[in-house]
Write a protein that binds this ligand. Structure first.
Ligand code: ADP
Ligand code: MG
Length: 593
């Protein structure tokens, strides 16, 4: 028999309970900074100064000018489940303060050496108390300026295992800065400072202009790329900024969501944000947004997570839609043609013919001359561009507008170059056609006017049993897209119909692409995700390819349809469809202005 089984059930000592509780609230120095900052905000402070040493591991000192604590309450501040912010159970569903669990100071005091000094503004004198590993000192008088001062030293000094889990000073300091940034964004009216080893890291003055604060923390370059958003849905208010898709990131960390002055993490809203940027970002890239939500306190349950960073909304789906629609609309309203970034002052230098010019030591690629023979002007059948209007498909791929006057030339059988009011536009023919087809497929499916080509003789496609099962599992979604499938057994699948828009592309090839796509998914996509993915897959397969020569008519048709696309600037995968060399940049580079 193992010895621990012989122990009798007993109540754990207070100090052990405190250490267990601390594990939930205090993970690292940044957690302490977060709790202390929140307490200062709840106390109505207008200025908070934070001083840390060794990333907060050795010392965290937070001084505020808030309401202070009555001397007689000082010992209670470190008692667990002791709070001045809640009285009744009902209050739990009406939380308007950042804290309410009464656990932070008890937890922090259990795993460090804290000294607390406080004075209420209307009292002559204040008082101080220490708490070392849950052990309280006597309360003594203290005569400092109004407000509260908490000095936390030697975090985890009595829990060596937890101390070992701490990372390097710079990593811990990074987390501290992140916590500080979140609070500074959530509460722009506050004057905040952060110092590390007596050196100023941030000095943030109160401001009404949130954009300035964003500029301060994330740089002027971001600030210039922000679009303001504002919307109301019932009692929910949404405002904030969303960044231009060109300012994308490799992680979702720069998607800041604040709810009633509190930074929160929310997977569903994160998804809404990415959905709003669909088609504007490459796969694996994340948008940068700062969203501030306000709603009645009883519309949200903040008591689901010890650190209160995860919440539960009463009407999550309405909120999801509000976020998605608001951002989507704003992005659509912005002109998002990627502009070619030319260095502001490229030093003049003689350009060796056909080679590379050296500008300040940096090689600059020079565009080679256009192909010798300009594309044929006469209408022409191009065997390699079978999907382009060629009379043999039931539905012309590129509808010819009645009259078009575009002057465009094709380069490398891949790009179309044309003159616009703003400058020289270079279009990726495949990406643009893909975008147009995507929109068209989507519109037709919504309107129920998708043309489906029934196959007189169904085409048999041999797959592995698993692939076949996957494809058949999504039979309904695929049928909506015009791709009719039947189980033939033994891994064989019959294709009975396909979208007419696919033209002559083989149904077999498209089914295989669909199967590959489904196999690459590690998680089951939502219905809408899957639908959009398949839609873009079909658009991609049906579009003209890079390398397909186009006739002048086809070029004209493609370019004319650009204006009809919902988002003519990006293909459904998020690659740009076109690049603009602005007139202004051209003039500047050639020293005309
Ligand atoms: P909670 O914030 O959940 O109430 P804490 O353990 O963080 O619990 O704090 C306990 C109590 O100590 C608070 O309810 C508050 O009354 C008091 N307190 C803590 N920090 C401050 C502060 N900076 N200014 C004024 N009162 C404070
Ligand atoms: Mg608190």
């Amino acid at each position: 028999m193992t010895p621990h089984l012989m122990l009798r059930i007993h109540q754990l000592p207070e100090s052990v309970v405190a250490k267990i509780a601390a594990g939930e609230v205090v993970e690292r120095p940044a957690s302490v900074v977060k709790e202390l900052l929140e307490n200062s905000v709840d106390a109505g402070a207008t200025r908070i100064d934070v001083d840390v040493e060794q990333g907060g591991v050795e010392r965290i000192c937070v001084v505020d000018n808030g309401a202070g604590i009555p001397p007689e309450d000082l010992p209670l501040a470190f008692a667990s489940h002791a709070t001045s912010k809640l009285a009744r159970a009902e209050d739990l569903f009406q939380v308007s303060t950042l804290g309410f669990r009464g656990e932070a100071l008890a937890s922090i005091g259990g795993v460090s050496q804290v000294s607390l000094q406080s004075r209420q503004p209307d009292r002559e004198a204040g008082a101080a108390i220490d708490c070392h590993g849950s052990v309280l000192s006597a309360v003594r008088p203290w005569n400092g300026s109004p407000g509260t001062r908490l000095d936390v030293r030697h975090l985890f000094y009595n829990t060596p295992v937890r101390r070992k889990f701490l990372r390097t000073t710079s990593t811990e300091m990074g987390h501290v800065c992140e916590v500080f940034t979140r609070l500074a964004l959530a509460q722009p009216q506050l004057h905040l400072t952060l110092r590390h080893h007596d050196k100023a890291v941030y000095e943030v003055l109160p401001t009404a202009a949130l954009a300035d604060r964003l500029g301060l923390f994330f740089g002027a370059e971001l600030q210039e790329k922000l679009y303001p958003v504002e919307a109301t849905g019932g009692q929910v208010e949404l405002r904030g900024y969303v960044a231009d898709p060109s300012f994308d990131r490799g992680t979702a960390k720069m998607q800041y969501i604040f709810l009633n002055g509190r930074w929160i993490r929310d997977r569903s809203l994160g998804h809404a944000i990415q959905e709003a940027y669909r088609g504007l970002l490459m796969t694996g890239r994340y948008a940068v947004v700062f969203l501030f939500l306000t709603m009645p306190a009883d519309w949200v349950d903040v008591n689901v997570h010890p650190t209160k960073t995860e919440v539960r909304f009463r009407d999550g789906s309405a909120l999801y839609n509000l976020v998605l629609q608001t951002i989507r609309r704003r992005l659509n309203a912005a002109n998002l043609t990627p502009r070619l970034q030319v260095p502001p002052r490229m030093p003049w230098q003689a350009i060796p013919s056909g080679g590379q010019a050296m500008a300040g030591g940096t090689p600059v690629a020079i565009l080679p001359p256009p192909p010798a023979a300009p594309p044929q002007a006469a209408p022409q059948m191009q065997p390699s561009s079978a999907t382009v209007a060629n009379g043999t498909t039931p539905e012309p791929q590129i509808l010819l507008p009645r009259q078009t006057e575009v002057r465009a030339i094709q380069l490398y059988s891949a790009y179309l170059v044309l003159e616009t009011v703003d400058g020289m536009l270079v279009i990726d023919q495949h990406a643009l056609h893909e975008r147009i087809l995507f929109d068209e497929l989507q519109d037709r499916i919504r309107a129920g006017t998708l043309e489906v080509q029934e196959l007189l003789v169904p085409e048999t496609v041999q797959l592995t049993a698993e692939q076949a099962a996957r494809a058949l599992e999504h039979r309904e979604a695929l049928a909506k897209l015009g791709l009719g499938l039947h189980d033939f057994g033994g891994g064989a699948v019959l294709v009975t119909s396909y979208p007419a828009l696919l033209g002559k592309r083989s149904p077999q090839a498209i089914l295989k692409a669909v199967v590959d796509h489904l196999a690459a998914r590690d998680r089951a996509p939502t219905r809408e995700q899957l639908f959009n993915e398949l839609l873009s897959l079909m658009a991609c397969h049906s579009a003209v390819r890079s390398g397909d020569p186009l006739t002048q008519e086809q070029i004209a048709a493609l370019v004319a349809r650009r204006d009809l696309a919902n988002d003519p600037h990006h293909c459904p995968h998020g690659r740009p469809t076109s690049l603009l060399f602005s007139r202004h940049d051209l003039d500047r580079q050639f020293r005309r202005i």
